[in-house]
Write a protein that binds this ligand. Structure first.
Ligand code: ZN
Length: 222
């Protein structure tokens, strides 16, 4: 019997609302949708957002959203979480069967056959190259290895698909989402017990913040 995945770190309410309304760019939507496939709690939140959206549209189509409206909206849907039910997993084809949909939909070959770019202990696989202003990558980080210390000029969403990482701010396991922005300076380190596979999206370049990293920032294309 496989253990259920119970994520501890979830997308912010704003991220879920962007996803629910279709305002999220495709790369960000891909991260949220893949998290939803792993997280019964957020599926429950989305269900209420959908219900509430329908009620708002029915009740007051002429109203615009005023300041504070979003807070009141979320206050209304702060419902106690029901017991988390894990659905019986659907039979998966052999190809990438450990990768949840909808991410699997973006992979046309087994992960091992994809064109990974190796950088030391970290391998990168670019996804959605046609979407400008976003970098969408799968990262495979060898157990115990560290990514370069960096901060962000925009937003970064990272979803753990396998293994775990620690970045000095939190410990993220399978299904967890880490959100970071220009206030966060971190150095993700994969757990010692197994390699870490994660999906990460940024909407602006990263800035390396170690002494050596600052020297090579001008030459980076990330
Ligand atoms: Zn969640």
């Amino acid at each position: 019997m496989t253990m259920p995945i119970l994520p501890k770190h979830h997308p912010s309410d704003e991220r879920l609302l962007d996803y629910a309304t279709g305002a999220a760019a495709e790369p960000m939507a891909l991260v949220i949708a893949t998290h939803l496939a792993l997280c019964a709690r957020c599926r429950h939140e989305m269900h209420h957002l959908d219900q509430l959206g329908g009620v708002l549209l029915d009740d007051a189509p002429q109203e615009t959203m005023s300041a504070g409206c979003l807070d009141r909206l979320f206050a209304r849907i702060e419902l106690p979480h029901p017991p988390i039910e894990i659905e019986e997993p659907a039979p998966m084809p052999a190809i990438n069967r450990d990768i949840p949909q909808p991410l699997r939909h973006y992979l046309d070959r087994p992960l091992s056959d994809m064109p990974w770019r190796k950088r030391g202990a970290i391998s990168e696989l670019e996804l959605l190259p046609e979407v400008s202003n976003h970098a969408t990558r799968l990262l495979w980080i060898r157990s115990g290895a560290a990514a370069p210390r960096h901060t962000h000029e925009g937003s970064e969403l990272t979803l753990v698909l396998k293994g775990s990482f620690w970045d000095g701010h939190g410990h993220y396991g399978c299904g967890d989402i880490a959100e970071a922005d220009s206030d966060v300076d971190h150095r993700p380190i994969a757990g010692d017990d197994e390699d870490c596979l994660c999906l990460t999206v940024t909407d602006a370049p990263l800035k390396l913040t170690s002494p050596i990293g600052r020297l090579i920032n001008p030459f980076l294309k990330i």
